[in-house]
Design a protein around this ligand. Structure first.
Ligand SMILES: Cc1ncc(COP(=O)(O)O)c(C=O)c1O
Length: 436
């Protein structure tokens, strides 16, 4: 039976398969700005942003109006068959998100598809087979994306064999460095020596098509690398003719206080991966790549039925307008500083809060057992209790990190100073009751 009768009771939640591991059992009716409202009318401050998607807040009126208007005109205009106005406008705008005007976008539907596109383009454009990704990175759930992903073994562990010629180098994770935790401003991580060792022992650099790297580790634990990391990686890439692919699926569109996180260090990648925040919740993702690289993809070498969907493109154009007109990149910077400062002010009360870090509105709290081992033993149970206590207080936050030991805060970029104050008060109370 496929009929649906809205007059009958809501189906039981068990209709959804358990593969969707869950943070909450909330059934939401609607969203407004930073808030989600359940079918019972309860309000929750959503500092998950649907995993970094609703940067303009839930149901921003300008985004909704653009979606409604486009839906009434054209839902689907397949890219091999026709052009449509929202798609042409978005392609044109994406040409200008990085310095210079030698850029072009390829549009698909998701972050994983952005990974697929980036890897296919890098291989086709360079004629080289190998890809180097970084430990702790997350790039999606398709086979190729899983092969690049090492944020935690549950993402990939049951799905071997995965596509080959993918190698992993260490990401500078200053809190978990072998030599001990240290300030990223004076980084002593040996990532570069280990990369050179990879080149000496495993794969020659002249066979490497691309480095695929997150400017801030997302699922891997909201790890902000030292400011020297990306510039140095850019140099190494250029020296060997390796393309630099920045996966900005989670960090993009203002999240870190710049439109893209690479801008913090002035690094220009060869390929930029985008998704999530680009369209405020409609499925859209893709790459922005150097024009000369995209020219090496022959017609038909890549594509897809829905890529660059007309309604999703209209949502993306409205999202970019809202980000610009409301100054949301600046707000991410200001509110991010407020959030980090306020958490730093209470940090001393919580001995199990091993590390507090962030960039813009991407903030992570790493929980540990200070009395065990070297004092950095991950404590995922504590992180879970903090998340649970916050949820009881109507604040939605998520976990991250290899062991789930990090609580990550991903507020929408429209969040207000009052909401930040409220969230910090709730988090402090949650850490207290959770025994942090
Ligand atoms: C950095 C990064 N890349 C890729 C992806 C995959 O995106 P999607 O879930 O849209 O396939 C994600 C999703 O969390 C991500 O954070």
């Amino acid at each position: 039976m496929i009929e649906s009768n809205p007059a009958t009771a809501m189906p039981d939640r068990s209709v959804v398969p358990a593969v969707w591991s869950r943070y909450t059992d909330l059934v939401v009716d609607r969203g407004e700005g930073s808030w989600l409202i359940t079918v019972e009318g309860e309000r929750y401050l959503d500092y998950s942003s649907g995993i970094g998607v609703t940067n303009t807040g839930h149901a921003h009126p300008r985004v909704v109006a653009a979606i409604q208007a486009q839906a009434a005109r054209l839902l689907h205009g397949q890219q091999n068959i026709v052009y449509h106005e929202p798609g042409l406008r978005l392609h044109e705008r994406l040409r200008h998100v990085l310095p210079g005007d030698d850029w072009q976008a390829f549009l698909a539907n998701s972050g994983a598809e952005a990974t697929e596109a980036a890897v296919k383009l890098a291989r086709a454009a360079t004629g080289r087979p190998a890809i180097v990704a970084f430990r702790g990175g997350f790039h999606g759930r398709t086979a190729q994306a899983m092969a690049l992903t090492t944020s935690r073994v549950s993402i990939r562990g049951d799905f071997e064999p995965l596509p080959g010629s993918v190698y992993h180098a260490p990401y500078p994770y200053c809190y978990r460095a072998a030599g001990g935790p240290h300030d990223p401003g004076a980084c002593t991580c040996d990532w570069e020596a280990q990369l050179e060792q990879l080149f000496a022992q495993v794969v020659v650099p002249s066979r490497v098509a691309a480095f695929v790297v997150e400017p801030v580790l997302g699922e891997g634990g909201y790890v902000v690398p030292p400011p020297t990391f990306l510039p140095r990686l850019r140099e190494i890439a250029s020296r060997h003719g390796i393309l630099l692919v920045a996966d900005e699926v989670q960090t993009g569109f203002g999240r870190t206080g710049e439109l893209f996180a690479v801008t913090h260090t002035g690094v220009v990648p060869d390929i930029l991966m985008v998704a999530k925040g680009i369209a405020s919740g409609l499925p859209l993702g893709g790459i922005v790549a150097r024009r000369d690289l995209l020219a090496r993809w022959s017609p038909g070498a890549h594509g897809g039925t829905y890529g660059g969907n007309a309604v999703a493109c209209a949502a993306a154009n409205a999202t970019l307008d809202v980000i610009q007109d409301l100054g949301l990149v600046q707000n991410a910077r200001d509110r991010g500083a407020q959030l980090l400062d306020a958490l730093a002010a209470v940090r001393g009360r919580f001995p199990r809060l091993g590390d507090l870090r962030g960039l813009g509105l991407m903030v992570g709290l790493e929980f540990v057992r200070p009395d065990e081992g070297d004092g950095r033993v991950p404590d995922p149970d504590l992180a879970k209790r903090v998340i649970g206590a916050a949820l009881e207080r109507h604040l939605i936050v998520l976990s991250a990190g290899t062991w789930g030991q990090v609580v990550r805060l991903i507020p929408p970029l429209v969040t207000t100073p009052r909401e930040i104050d409220h969230a910090v008060a709730v988090l402090a109370e949650s850490m207290e009751v959770a025994g942090a």
